[in-house]
Design a protein around this ligand. Structure first.
Ligand code: SF4
Ligand code: SF4
Length: 529
């Protein structure tokens, strides 16, 4: 970075240091912060508490204000603040795990092949092992003891959690008895949902995801070849009509009981892509909390109907164009990673293979101390992040000349620019406009650099995945990939390593556009990228 940055961004720049032998991040303006990175390393609850005592930040111990908190009622905020899927902000800090306990399904979707034995694929419905409820609770206790970020347990296929209800309920009952502070979350196609809504409420399940791909049964005939309902197999328009009616009934029943509903819709070009505008409107009217448009994943090797018949999935920019059309409807989830059905960890990472049943001890006890300490650290860290975002919003609003800039960020979590370009398996994409900086999605890529070397063909794939992106921000990048990106029209810089993401983006914009803030204070001098 040449020149000087007299800015909010500069003040928020974080330098790695060590306090009491433990790594911390230090902000000149705000004192010492505990690095989330350090919390991912093995550390005892005692050590974590020592760190908290040794270097508190200047904000209070509460989460501080945030967009989410300001916009939501206290009741809803309590439900979403630590849920990585229901709160975009929370996904930087909190993890989820899925357990595959309910394999039976009552419908067939053209994009699904209920396949169990694949550890190499990462997409919904794919798992390495099915579990009994007793095995699942052991696994949850093992993960909760080792992964302090874990806040949510979900049952998300393969199969349908409401159709295979006995196993779903047994699993949640066992987990709730052992780890009462874990949020329980289930996903369903909705067909059997209305029969279980009252039990869902009684079991304190606050989050239900329902996949709704159509509100016009004619469209449904192109997606669902059959359903199984009231001991009978239904096909064609009859099947789609029944499914649609049950989904709408289930959605209304959940909304009436104040259970938060996330609607997932699979975007299938030429089948329901345009129709999803109507779906978004209707689910908003019926009380959905979030709408998650998921791009179809389709490959002949997956053995699905769509894969075998050549149905393509949407490109990243097609998905963005649809999401942009929906900005007035149901609020969108844009940070979904289309996880495996046995995923463990922060969104975007999968530690599932570390916790297969052969790694789970027979005799396991659960100690909540580490998780409690982590939550305290996150509350402090999050306060800083929210304050930064608010400060940055004000700066950005003065950048009138900027229409829209897409920024891809390499991050390992914690809301910071903290990953080497070559180590990224995904980039988080933000859009900067004069209205602010918004997370709009992610791009999965093959890791470019392995053992210090990068393959040109892999880099070509990364560049293709970054279609439409203007600049990449990362913690480190070599000259070779930087030059290749530049040749493809994409800038890249590591000048904002370890900054908060929003602060780094604002600083890059200011550097790029030589901006002077409305108040007259120079916020940046020269571009560096
Ligand atoms: S509802 Fe889920 S498990 Fe059942 S066919 Fe569809 S995607 Fe597969
Ligand atoms: S598939 Fe999407 S909604 Fe489900 S756990 Fe992963 S990120 Fe969350």
């Amino acid at each position: 970075m040449s020149g000087n940055r007299h800015s909010v961004a500069q003040n928020l720049r974080i330098c790695a240091e060590s306090v009491n032998g433990m790594p911390v991040a230090k902000s000149p303006a705000m004192g010492n912060l505990i690095s989330l990175e350090s919390l991912k390393a093995p550390v005892s609850a005692e050590e974590m508490k020592m760190k908290l005592d040794s270097g508190g930040c200047s904000t209070s111990g509460s989460c501080g204000s945030s967009e989410g908190k300001d916009q939501l009622s206290d009741e809803v905020w309590e439900k979403v603040k630590n849920h990585p899927c229901y709160s975009e902000e929370a996904h930087h800090y909190f993890a989820r795990m899925h357990v595959a306990v309910a394999p039976a399904c009552n419908i067939q979707c053209h994009y699904c092949n209920r396949k169990y034995d694949c550890s190499n694929e990462s997409r919904p419905g794919v798992v390495s092992e099915k579990l009994t409820p007793e095995q699942a609770v052991k696994k949850v206790m093992a993960v909760a003891s080792e992964v302090p970020q874990m806040s949510v347990l979900g049952i998300a296929g393969p199969g349908d959690s409401c159709y295979d209800w006995r196993k779903t309920k047994a699993t949640f009952d066992l987990v709730a008895a052992q780890i009462p502070d874990i949020k329980l979350c289930l996903s369903t196609n909705g067909l059997a949902l209305p029969e279980h809504v009252d039990e869902i409420k009684d079991m304190n399940i606050d989050h239900v995801t329902m996949t709704i791909n159509m509100v016009d049964p004619q469209v449904g005939t192109l997606i669902y070849p059959w359903i199984f309902y009231k001991n009978k197999r239904w096909t064609g328009l009859d099947a789609s009509k029944i499914l649609h009616e049950r989904q709408m009934l289930g959605l209304e029943m959940l909304a009436e009981r104040k259970i938060l509903v996330k609607v997932n819709s699979v975007m299938i070009p030429g089948v329901n892509d345009e129709h999803l505008v109507e779906v978004n409107k209707v689910v908003k009217q019926k009380g959905a909390f979030l709408h998650n448009i998921m791009p179809l994943i389709s490959d002949a090797a997956h053995g699905t109907h769509y894969g075998l018949t050549g149905q393509r999935g949407p490109r990243a920019m097609e998905l963005k164009a649809l999401q942009d059309k929906l900005s007035e409807g149901t609020k969108l989830m844009r940070h979904c990673r289309q996880c495996r059905a046995d995923a463990v960890g922060l969104l975007g990472e999968d530690r599932g293979q570390e916790f297969t049943m052969n790694h789970v001890p027979d005799d396991i006890s659960y100690n909540p101390e580490k998780r409690d300490a982590y939550q305290e650290v996150v509350a402090r860290e999050r306060g800083e992040h929210v304050a930064t975002k608010q400060a940055v919003e004000q700066q950005i609003s003065g950048f009138g000349a900027i229409e829209s800039v897409l920024v891809a960020v390499a991050t390992k979590g914690g809301g910071r620019i903290n990953q080497h370009f070559g180590h990224a398996k995904e980039f988080q994409v933000y859009e900067a406009t004069p209205k602010g900086i918004q997370f709009i999605g992610h791009r999965k890529v093959e890791q470019y650099c392995e053992g210090g070397f990068g393959e040109d063909a892999t880099l070509d794939g990364v560049i293709a995945a970054l279609e439409g992106v203007d600049v990449v921000l990362c913690s480190k990048i070599g000259d070779c990939p930087k030059d290749s990106l530049k040749a493809a029209g994409i800038r890249a810089t590591d000048a904002f390593a370890h900054d908060w993401i929003e602060a780094g983006i604002a600083a890059w914009l200011a550097a790029e556009f030589g901006h002077v803030s409305p108040a007259g204070s120079e916020i940046v001098a020269q571009a560096s990228a």
